[in-house]
Design a protein around this ligand. Structure first.
Ligand code: FES
Ligand code: FE
Length: 445
C-alpha cells in the first residue's frame, strides 16, 4: 500500500509489536515530507570547529538535500548560510572547503559577506536606481550553535535551542568522543553513495546482530590491526551485555557495554590494536559518569549523525528515497607524533568509509533491503524489530543521570528511532512536535 496523505505516520510504526511498514523506505511522497518535517526542522550536524578555525574559513555541508555554507565571519562567529543566490538561485560557493573574503555569485555578480549580507550588486545605481533594499536580500541564514566543537544548524526559527535538543543522550553521544581528550578533524571527508534509504543506514549503526555474519570475513582478516605482529585484540563485546539509552527527539545510544572490571583486563593486556586506556582516566569518568564510561555502543544524534567511539563520525545524507550519501569524518587526538597520526588514519580508513572493510559489507545489505521495500507484494509485509522487546527494565540512576536499560542484544534503539521519526512526521510544527512527541520510556522497553 502506498502512502496515503492524511494517514498518521504512527500507523506505519507499531511500537507495541515492533513492526515497521516497508513503504517508509522507498515512497517518494514520504521522502519529500521527511525533507520538510525532519531535515528542514532539526538541528543538523555541519562540521567540527577545527575545520573552520579562522575568519573566512568555510566548509560546504547539507541540510537535507540543500547545500549550505558553514563559515566563520570577520568577528569569528559561526554562520551557516543557504548556498543559493537570492537573485536567480545560483550556488554562490562551489568549493567543498577553503577560505574566502566574500561569496561572489558567478552568474551576475551579486556578492555576499561572510555573515550572508548582500554587499555588492552590479548596476546597483544605474539599473536598480538604489531602490533595492540590500538588507532584505542577504543569503538565507540558519540558526547555529555548537557543543564541544561540534557545529549544528537548523533552518527552523521555532526550533528549541541546541542544548535542549541534544538533551542528556545527545550530549553524552558527543561526550563519548570528547572524554578521550582534545581532538582535531583530519583534513578531507570520505564520501560515497549507497543505493539505500537513509533510515536503513541509521538503523544499522545500532545493529550488533549482523556483525558476526555480515563482517565475518573482515574479522578473519584482523582488519583493525595497527600492528599486524601483535596478537589479535581481545573481543570487546558479547551478545549478552548491552546498554541502551533513549533520548528526547529521537537520539539514542545502543550497543555493548564492558563492565569496568572487564575493561581493566582489556587495558592490562596492553594490546596496541585496542587502546582503551582513556576509560581509566579520572577526567573521562568525571565527564561520562559511571554508566556511560562502560558503553562501547553507538550513538545516533537524530536524525542522521553517527558518533562512533572509534574517532570517526558519519552523516547519512538523504539523496532521494533510495539513495544515501555517506560522509566519514576522522578525528585524531591532538599531540600525536607522525607515526601515531598515520596509524590512526589508517585504522579509520580500514574500518569505515569507501575503503573500509565494514561498510563494504553493510552497503550491499542496505541496498538490497531498500530494493525489497519496493515490491507490491513485499510491501504487504512489515519489517520485524521485536528482538528482546518488553524484556528491558528502565533504570533511573540515583545521581540524576539519563535513564538506561541493561539487557542482551536488542533492537530498542532502532525501534525508538522509528517512533521518533513518526513523531516528527506527524507534527506540523515545532510547537506540535514539542507537545505531542513520545515521552522517553521510564518503565519497560
Ligand atoms: Fe546570483 Fe544572478 S543568480 S547574481
Ligand atoms: Fe556493519
Amino acid at each position: 500500500m502506498l502512502y496515503e496523505n492524511g494517514k498518521p505516520f504512527h500507523d506505519y510504526v507499531d511500537a507495541d509489536k515492533g513492526l515497521v511498514d516497508r513503504v517508509i523506505f522507498s515512497d517518494q511522497a514520504i521522502y519529500e515530507l521527511e525533507l520538510e518535517r525532519i531535515f528542514a526542522r532539526a538541528w543538523n550536524f555541519m562540521c567540527h570547529e577545527s575545520q573552520i578555525p579562522k575568519a573566512g574559513d568555510f566548509f560546504l555541508s547539507f541540510i537535507g538535500e540543500e547545500s549550505v555554507i558553514a563559515t566563520r565571519d570577520k568577528k569569528g562567529e559561526l554562520q551557516v548560510l543557504l548556498n543559493s543566490c537570492r537573485h536567480r538561485g545560483n550556488a554562490v560557493c562551489r568549493a567543498e572547503e577553503g577560505n574566502a573574503r566574500s561569496f561572489l555569485c558567478t552568474y551576475h555578480g551579486w556578492t555576499y559577506g561572510l555573515d550572508g549580507q548582500l554587499i555588492g550588486v552590479p548596476g546597483y545605481k544605474d539599473f536598480y536606481h538604489e531602490q533595492l533594499d540590500k538588507s532584505q536580500w542577504g543569503l538565507v541564514k540558519a540558526k547555529v550553535a555548537s557543543y564541544k566543537g561540534f557545529v549544528f544548524a537548523t533552518m527552523d526559527p521555532e526550533a528549541v535551542d541546541l542544548d535542549e535538543y541534544l538533551g542528556p543522550v545527545g550530549r553524552m553521544s558527543i561526550d563519548l568522543l570528547a572524554a578521550q581528550g582534545p581532538l582535531k578533524m583530519v583534513a578531507g571527508v570520505q564520501k560515497n553513495i549507497i543505493g539505500c534509504n537513509w533510515k536503513l543506514a541509521v538503523d544499522n549503526l545500532f545493529d550488533y546482530y549482523h556483525v558476526g555474519i555480515s563482517h565475518a570475513s573482515a574479522f578473519m582478516s584482523n582488519f583493525r590491526a595497527r600492528d599486524p605482529e601483535a596478537p589479535p585484540a581481545p573481543p570487546r563485546f558479547s551478545f549478552g551485555k548491552h546498554r541502551v539509552w533513549l533520548g528526547d527527539y529521537g537520539h539514542a545510544i545502543g550497543g555493548p557495554r564492558i563492565p569496568t572490571d572487564e575493561m581493566a583486563n582489556i587495558i592490562a593486556h596492553d594490546n596496541p590494536n585496542l587502546d582503551e586506556t582513556w576509560r581509566h582516566r579520572d577526567d573521562a569518568r568525571a565527564i561520562l559518569g559511571d554508566q556511560a564510561i562502560e558503553s562501547v555502543g553507538h550513538p545516533n544524534i537524530f536524525p542522521n549523525l553517527w558518533v562512533t567511539e572509534a574517532n570517526q563520525i558519519s552523516l547519512r545524507l538523504p539523496k532521494g528515497p533510495t539513495g544515501c550519501e555517506i560522509w566519514w569524518f576522522t578525528l585524531v587526538p591532538e599531540g600525536l607524533d607522525e607515526k601515531q597520526h598515520e596509524e590512526a588514519i589508517r585504522g579509520a580508513n580500514h574500518q569505515f568509509g569507501p575503503s573500509g572493510f565494514l561498510e563494504q559489507d553493510d552497503g550491499e545489505n542496505w541496498d538490497q533491503s531498500t530494493r525489497q521495500t519496493m515490491g507490491v507484494v513485499a510491501r504487504r509485509y512489515p519489517l520485524n524489530f521485536s528482538m528482546n522487546l518488553k524484556h528491558g527494565e528502565v533504570i533511573t540512576p540515583a545521581d540524576g543521570g539519563a535513564p538506561y536499560v541493561d539487557t542482551a542484544i536488542n533492537e530498542h534503539a532502532q525501534l525508538w528511532t522509528y517512533r521518533a521519526w513518526a513523531d516528527w512526521m506527524d507534527a506540523e510544527s515545532w510547537a506540535a512536535l514539542k507537545a505531542s512527541r513520545t515521552p522517553v520510556p521510564s518503565d519497560r522497553l
